[in-house]
Design a protein around this ligand. Structure first.
Ligand code: DAH
Length: 339
């Protein structure tokens, strides 16, 4: 075989390899065009050629080198664009596809009930005020006619930070704070957390929520208290709801009462919810004690007022049919998602 044939055959071989399915271009390049490659070897043998043949073969060898290089470059291009094509196809996304729905949360049942209570009282012209949870003994007890040695402190034992600073055991101190810097007419509610050093069981929690109400103006009577609470009870528990006042004692109201609503499950005939009573106790109330008014520089000869305080958990448990207060604080989705 002469040199020309050899070169042509090598070229054919190289091109065939380049065009093969899984061509290893780097390998092919080294094999034919590398320093120790086949083409180089052929060129090295050119010394044996005649003067006439040498330039022809030289030219042919250069052409073949160029052919192989071009074929490799072209194939590399093809491989690259095929890969890109594949990548693009696999990453294609449909921007018109609807998104997966995210599960939406909702307000905690206690917050729902609190908002419901707030809305009812706002509808009757009350505004909302807030007070501190870390409170002075003075506001939580003394200004409410509960001095240091008063037996009412036993039922409201709370957590003390110092002798005179405590976690409030009721929302009633907000009455005093409000009357200290606002003068009548006053018509406010104050919802919030309160604390007592009670052990946790199905009806007690060391942290719970109350909503306080206070109305002070000239000529406010027990009739206003009854009317207000009756409207509230009907809006909260249904139009056929009746209310009942039972005499009671609170140091900061005189007279004082505990207030029941007719059972909204049985209507008063007695059932499991009202424990056969026909009535459910929902709050404490009364006419603001003259001592409390005087403490806040409001003249009890000129002004009178009523106040009430209810437990938000108690109302929520009754109206939502929940029998264990602990469920409110455990954050168990199986419970919360029911409301
Ligand atoms: N603060 C009382 C308690 O926690 C509830 C209460 C009773 C509030 C009578 C009042 C009221 O405003 O007039 O037991």
């Amino acid at each position: 075989m002469d040199m020309k044939e050899k070169l042509e055959q090598m070229k054919a071989e190289a091109l065939e390899q380049i065009h093969a399915e899984n061509a290893d271009l780097e390998q092919i390049k080294i094999r034919y065009l590398g320093k120790k490659g086949e083409l180089t070897a052929v060129l090295r043998g050119m010394g044996a050629l005649s003067n006439e043949e040498r330039p022809k073969i030289g030219q042919l060898a250069n052409e073949i080198r160029a052919n192989i290089e071009a074929a490799i470059a072209k194939k590399a291009q093809e491989i690259q664009s095929k890969a890109l094509d594949l990548k693009l196809r696999s990453e294609r996304l449909d921007v018109t596809m609807p998104a997966k729905p995210l599960p939406a949360g909702h307000l905690h049942p206690l917050t729902q009930v609190q908002r419901q209570l707030e809305e009812i009282f706002i509808g009757m012209g009350f505004s909302i005020v807030e007070g501190p949870e870390v409170e002075l003994d003075y506001y939580n007890f003394q200004a409410l006619n509960i001095p240091k040695d008063h037996p009412a402190r036993d039922t409201q034992d709370t957590f003390y930070i110092t002798d005179n600073i405590l976690l409030r055991s009721q929302t009633s101190p907000v009455q005093v704070r409000t009357m200290e810097h606002r003068k009548p007419p006053i018509r406010i509610i104050s919802p919030g957390r309160v604390y007592r050093s009670d052990a946790l069981d199905s009806t007690h929690s060391p942290l719970f929520h109350q909503l306080e109400g206070l109305v002070v103006d000239e000529g406010i009577t027990m009739g206003d208290l009854k009317g207000t609470l009756e409207v509230f009870a009907k809006k909260m528990f249904g139009e056929s709801t009746r209310i009942r006042f039972r005499p009671h004692h609170f140091p900061f109201t005189e007279p004082s009462a505990e207030v029941d609503v007719s059972c909204f499950v049985c209507g008063g005939s007695g059932c499991r919810l009202c424990k056969g009573e026909g009535w459910i106790e929902i709050l404490g109330a009364g006419m603001v004690h003259p001592f409390v008014l005087s403490n806040c520089d409001i003249d009890p000869e000129k002004y009178s007022g009523f106040a009430f305080g209810l437990g938000i958990e108690r109302i929520a448990m009754a109206s939502l049919g929940i029998d264990d207060i602990r469920l409110f604080y455990e954050n168990d989705q199986r419970f919360l998602s029911q409301f």
